[in-house]
Write a protein that binds this ligand. Structure first.
Ligand code: ZN
Length: 186
């Protein structure tokens, strides 16, 4: 999903993007195993990325996505960007994540997306969560109960996303008259 969102933003918002993962080997695995396969299976992405592409950067429309590791000896990329996507934040080198965040200074957008399996409170992605507006994506069940998805929503022998109140399967598309959406949890 992050791959597709990055492509969309690069192509349609014309933003340059830095995409980081912990190590250079993660980048290789990610781009070769996911990004490139998405492109080769999707005629639209093929059009958007028509030129020859390396593992470390892709031209998407008029923009570029730079893929970089954080634990490499090389200095962090100096190129300015409009969007920084930090994937696997908690396994990444924190100073380098901070350095990449500063590459947005000259952008009108300064968009930052951080995601990770959280490790410890007060570290990595949790720091960003504390600074954020802390919104969750809420779904409305047919029974009227609003909820955001947690492990509690996975139920049944053949697992499905169910309502924590009535156990009905939650439709993640149909929203019973009111839009599903981002709300503050408190
Ligand atoms: Zn329900």
């Amino acid at each position: 999903m992050a791959n597709i969102k990055a492509f969309w933003v690069a192509k349609n918002k014309k933003l340059d993007i830095i995409y980081s993962l912990p190590a250079a080997s993660d980048i290789h695995e990610f781009v070769a195993g996911k990004t490139n396969r998405l492109i080769s299976n999707n005629p639209v992405f093929q059009q958007w990325t028509a030129d020859k592409d390396s593992i470390e950067q892709k031209r998407v429309g008029d923009s570029v996505i730079y893929y970089r590791g954080t634990w490499t000896d090389r200095a962090a990329l100096m190129i300015p960007a409009d969007l920084y996507i930090a994937d696997e934040v908690d396994r990444s080198k924190q100073e380098v994540v901070m350095q990449y965040s500063t590459r947005l200074q000259h952008s009108d957008y300064k968009w930052r997306w951080y995601f990770s399996n959280p490790s410890t409170p007060g570290y990595g992605v949790d720091v960003m969560w504390q600074k954020s507006d802390q919104k969750h994506y809420f779904y409305k069940c047919e029974c009227g109960h609003w909820q955001y998805l947690t492990m509690e929503n996975i139920m049944g022998d053949k697992p499905y996303f169910g309502c924590v109140k009535c156990k009905r399967e939650l439709s993640r598309r149909y929203n019973h008259g009111k839009p599903n959406g981002w709300r503050a949890s408190k």
